[in-house]
Design a protein around this ligand. Structure first.
Ligand SMILES: [Zn+2]
Length: 252
């Protein structure tokens, strides 16, 4: 089965009454496991409740840089981080796309959450946009994890691969104009790749512009199989093994 390693299923992004259908549709499409990512503290309890309801849904807990000014010191209680369905810290990182006015707050929040990840030995899911050099200088090989929804340069990919990170492809890989991104993924070793939807955003071709759900991760897999010159079921097996290495707490 395929795994959607990063989707947003909490109620601010996905209607709770649609969850049963979303999880079932994913299963029917061959997507057997989902990782629900949090973006702000309001998501934490909801994400955990979702993982309690669905055996095949896991979650990562963290605060996206967009919320850095709205979030005081981040408090992540033991019972959350030690929960068997909480498999990582994320999504966390830096985003300078809309300016650098809150750069210091972003860096502070990012560093706090990295400290938590190290303390609990949890992998991190990194969001980085227009902030490659700060991301490179803050991260090191004392944490493990994934560069989520990767759209960065080969230089960023190479640096993070050297530090042991996995690189995650979203539906953006399938976009007509993502020529350079496909070239970057062609160079990334297949045993260091995972895939995701980042739903409800970034629906892959041929669903671009429509709402995205975890079932559509299969479309990204199809394009990745072409890039890697693999049969889709060969890629599926490799991705399962990669995801287990990335998130050791995941049970497939
Ligand atoms: Zn996300």
């Amino acid at each position: 089965m395929f795994i959607d390693t990063h989707c947003h299923l909490t109620d601010r992004y996905t209607k709770p009454e649609e969850l049963d259908t979303i999880v079932n549709d994913a299963k029917s499409a061959g997507v057997g496991t989902l990782v629900c990512a949090c973006a702000e503290p309001g998501d934490f309890e909801t994400a955990i409740k979702i993982t309690e309801k669905y055996k095949n849904v896991f979650c990562t807990i963290g605060v996206h840089p967009e919320y850095s000014e709205k979030t005081d010191d981040i408090i992540l209680p033991d019972h959350i981080l030690e929960n068997s369905k909480v498999i990582g810290v994320g999504e966390i990182g830096l985003d300078y796309h809309f300016g650098i006015d809150n750069k210091n707050a972003q860096i502070e929040l990012f560093e706090q959450q990295l400290t938590i990840a190290k303390k609990y030995k949890l992998p991190v899911a990194i969001h980085t946009r227009d902030a490659e050099s700060d991301t490179i200088s803050i991260l090191d090989d004392s944490v493990s994890g994934v560069m989520h929804c990767f759209t960065g340069s080969w230089n960023l990919a190479k640096t993070m691969l050297d530090r042991g990170f996995f690189i995650s492809a979203s539906g953006i890989l399938t976009f007509k104009n993502s020529v350079e991104l496909r070239e970057t993924f062609a160079k990334i070793p297949t045993d260091r790749i995972v895939i995701e939807t980042d739903s409800p955003w970034c629906a892959p071709v041929p669903y671009r512009g429509k709402p995205c759900t975890p079932a559509l991760v299969v479309e990204t897999a199809r394009v990745m199989a072409e890039i890697k010159n693999l049969q889709i079921d060969e890629l599926e097996t490799i991705l399962e093994s990669n995801t287990k290495k990335l998130y050791p707490k995941i049970v497939l």
